[in-house]
Design a binder for this molecule. Structure first.
Ligand SMILES: [Zn+2]
Length: 232
């Protein structure tokens, strides 16, 4: 199926909208999604092609609360999902819709945050019942899933490490759309901590790095991430 990559046993990457990926973890106790894309039909139609109905999604883990990651929660729930939703502790208030994101450091980011955004990009994402993910937490999913705080793109951005599957899910810490590079400055809250987060992902030593935007990295993940840090 186009837009589908099986990264490891039970770990699937689905491209649900143009250059927007969602990770699907299938386990005995249900389906976990890491990020959900925009509130657009691609999410539910792509899941259906894997044979997954929204009601089978039992858990959603968000790397952060941007509309192209958290927007699909609303779509899932409209289609019958009662999934629990969790987000990094330092993004929780923004994710719940009770706080505004702090002002980004980059001028382009400040301008972008004031401009009206089109369609599903412009809708504020709020998941009032979201719960917090703490750095280092280990969840009993896919043989053990570890929460890795990776601040910078947002204050409370988190990545997810699946040691038993040799996979790390990096969210927006790095993009691999045209080439592998740290999250662009105008999309970041702060670039310096994001670069530290690139180093943190490198140190995990996983064989596969999946990202929200662009192709997964399967060759020399640690070396290529470390190179991004040295290049800055
Ligand atoms: Zn983002």
């Amino acid at each position: 199926m186009r837009g589908h990559v099986e990264l490891a046993d039970g770990v699937h990457q689905l491209t649900v909208q143009t250059r927007i990926n969602v990770i699907v973890l299938r386990d005995d106790d249900g389906v976990t999604l890491i990020d959900t894309g925009l509130d657009r039909p691609g999410l539910t139609t792509r899941l259906a092609r894997l044979g997954i109905a929204p009601s089978e999604v039992t858990r959603v883990l968000l790397t952060h609360a941007h509309p192209d990651h958290a927007g699909g929660v609303r779509r899932l729930r409209r289609h019958g999902s009662t999934a629990s939703v969790s987000i990094g502790a330092d993004d929780l208030e923004v994710g719940r819709g009770v706080a505004q994101p702090p002002t980004p450091e980059h001028l382009g980011g400040r301008l972008l945050s004031r401009l009206p955004q089109p369609g599903p990009w412009g809708r504020a994402v709020a998941v009032p019942d979201a719960t917090a993910l703490e750095d280092g937490a280990r969840l009993p999913i896919a043989g053990g899933l570890e929460v890795v705080a990776t601040p910078g793109h947002t204050v409370g951005h988190v990545a997810f490490h699946l040691p038993a599957r040799d996979v790390v899910i990096g969210g927006d810490v790095v993009f691999n759309v045209f080439s592998l590079r740290p999250s662009p400055a105008f999309l970041c809250w702060r670039t310096a901590p994001n670069l530290d987060s690139v180093g943190r992902l490198a140190a995990l030593g996983a064989g596969t790095l999946a990202l929200a935007h662009g192709r997964p990295v399967t060759d020399d993940v640690a070396g290529r991430l470390s190179q991004l840090v040295t290049d800055r």
